[in-house]
Every structure is written in C-alpha cells, then in structure tokens.
Design a protein around this ligand. Sequence first.
Ligand SMILES: NC(=O)c1ccc[n+]([C@@H]2O[C@H](COP(=O)([O-])OP(=O)(O)OC[C@H]3O[C@@H](n4cnc5c(N)ncnc54)[C@H](O)[C@@H]3O)[C@@H](O)[C@H]2O)c1
Length: 322
Amino acid sequence: MNILVTGGAGYIGSHAVRKLCETGHSVVVLDNLSYGHREAVPNNVPFYHVDLKDTDQIETILRKHHINAVMHFAALISVGESVQKPLLYYRNNTAGAMSLLEAMERVGVRRFVFSSTAATYGEPEETPILETTRQQPINPYGRSKWFVEQILQDIVTADPKFGFVVFRYFNVAGATEDGSIGENHQPETHLIPLVLFAAMGKRNNITVFGTDYPTPDGTCIRDYVHVNDLVTAHVLGIEALSDGDARFYNLGIGHGYSVREILDAAKKVTGKEIPTVFGSRREGDPARLFANSDKAQKELGWNPQHTNIEEIIASAWHWHTH
Ligand SMILES: NC(=O)c1ccc[n+]([C@@H]2O[C@H](COP(=O)([O-])OP(=O)(O)OC[C@H]3O[C@@H](n4cnc5c(N)ncnc54)[C@H](O)[C@@H]3O)[C@@H](O)[C@H]2O)c1
C-alpha cells in the first residue's frame, strides 16, 4: 500500500514509518515539525514539511504519491496545555483532522487509521476499560480526539466505501531495539522518560503525585504499551481494513504498573538512584487506568511482545544513553 503518515517525525509516527517500510509498504511523511524531528524520518522516505490545515497541499501529496491509506498521528499531545489553550487543540487536532479528511475526500482516499487516546474515557466507570466503556473525556485534549472519532463514524455513514480504525492508546513507552529513534518530546511530560532523566541527573528529582490512592502501594496504576507493539497493531489494522469498517480498539497490555513499581524497575534497569519527591494528588488522575485489549488481539491477531516493564524501560534507557 502507499501510505501517508502524518506526524511521522514524532515519537510514535517515526516508529510506524520504520515498521511500515519493514513490512513492504511505501511511505510518505507529512509533519509541520512543531514537535517532530526531521532526523527521525529515514532519508529514503519522502518528507513534506506541511501543516495539517493546508488541505490543498495535502491533496497534491495524495495525488502525487497515489496514496491509498492515511495513518494520522499528527496532533498536539499535552493535556495541561489543552486546558490552557483549548482553541489551539480543537484547531490543531480536530480541525486539522477535518482538513486532512477533506483532502482525502477530494482524491477518493478511503482508508484511515487514527491515533486516539485513553483520555477519551476520562475517569472511567470500570477497569479494565473496554472499547464499549462510556467515553466522557475530562479535558480539551481528550475531547479534541473524541470529536474526530465521531466525525469518522459520520463519514462512514455517508460513504460506505470509507473504512477506518481508531486506536485508543494507553501509555506508550520504549524505543527501537537499535536505539536509533525513541521518545523525544520537548517538553517531556510522560513518566518513564522523566524518571530516566532523573536517573541521568538531567532533572533534580521526580515528583510522585499522590500516595494515598486505593491501590496496593498507594500510587496510581497505568497500562504501558511498547511503541513497537503499538505500531505493529497499526500495520495489522490498516491491512485488515475494508469498505464500511468502523473499528475501535484499545491498545494496552491489559494490566498496569504503579508509579512506585515504575520507579523500582527504573532503578533496577539503570543501576542509579532516582531522587523522588512525594506530592499530593493531581486533579483528574484516576487511581487505575488499564485496558482490556482482547478485541485487538482477537480481531487483528495482535500479540504484544514486550509486556515486562523492565524490558520496556530498558529499551527507553538504551535510546537515552547509547
Ligand atoms: N505518547 C503517548 O503516550 C500517546 C498516548 C495516547 C495517544 N497518543 C497520540 O499519538 C499520536 C502521536 O503522539 P506522539 O507521542 O508521537 O507525539 P509527538 O509530539 O512526538 O508527535 C506528533 C507529531 O505531529 C506533528 N504535528 C502536530 N501538529 C501538526 C500539524 N498541525 N501539522 C503537521 N504535523 C503536526 C508534530 O510535529 C510531531 O512530529 C498523537 O496523536 C497523540 O495524541 C500518544
């Protein structure tokens, strides 16, 4: 397939580009480099420094490369920033996706894979979280993604030849085995890289927000999925798509690790002390968030390989230190 990857210079998108190339697909990358890194895209992959809102340019790219399918990773990803600047998030993530979908409509590209998020569930009524668990996002970031999910359902209703997969990611972590690409967010907000920065002395300490949650050790529990497993699901998803598909899958490993367990595992992997400060709870942080991903496993044959947290952290550590 000829696949356009938006956000292909970002963390997850750059891993998807490698996986797609390895599995014999022809890939083109679009990224505005607001947060991405040009060097994360292999030199032999056509790269366009273009913003999602440029519908005409996207149309030209789709036509030029005879694109059959789009994997849409490009988005702004900071929950905190989305609360401060909601319009920026709706413009970039929701209107940006609409612009991309409009360009696809003009050209007749009808296969779409969308990066959604566990944040669309908000503070869920049940764990493990199923795809059918009620979605009630509690911040503009989550809503900006949830709106796109709904727009996609409307498109498939209007055009039964359209087909899409929505993947709702839990916490994505880790890096490629060779250490050539990895998580490189600036600023970084995710726990595992922050813990590793503390281990490297790049930050003074790590703050644990809340030690009085109703969990065995009092800290929050989250589901961590290795980035290579995550992008493998995308390849399976895009290859499985047919007319009229409206597929939704959670991507997590089905059980969680607490913040303390992450700290202990990081200490073991790095052999370093991790200076830790214990703070109070943050608003909107549920005690436990983990996925039931049986649906992706059954329907797509997805079989995550890296379910051990030390292994996931070790691959991230290798990327940061090699
Ligand atoms: N990292 C996670 O744990 C996680 C969890 C849930 C969902 N997601 C979703 O996965 C996707 C990728 O996340 P990531 O961690 O790789 O983030 P990232 O910031 O590393 O990558 C996003 C990329 O999109 C590009 N981009 C943003 N807005 C753009 C625009 N308007 N036009 C063109 N390019 C644009 C950025 O330059 C960047 O390269 C996002 O959609 C995010 O919401 C990530």
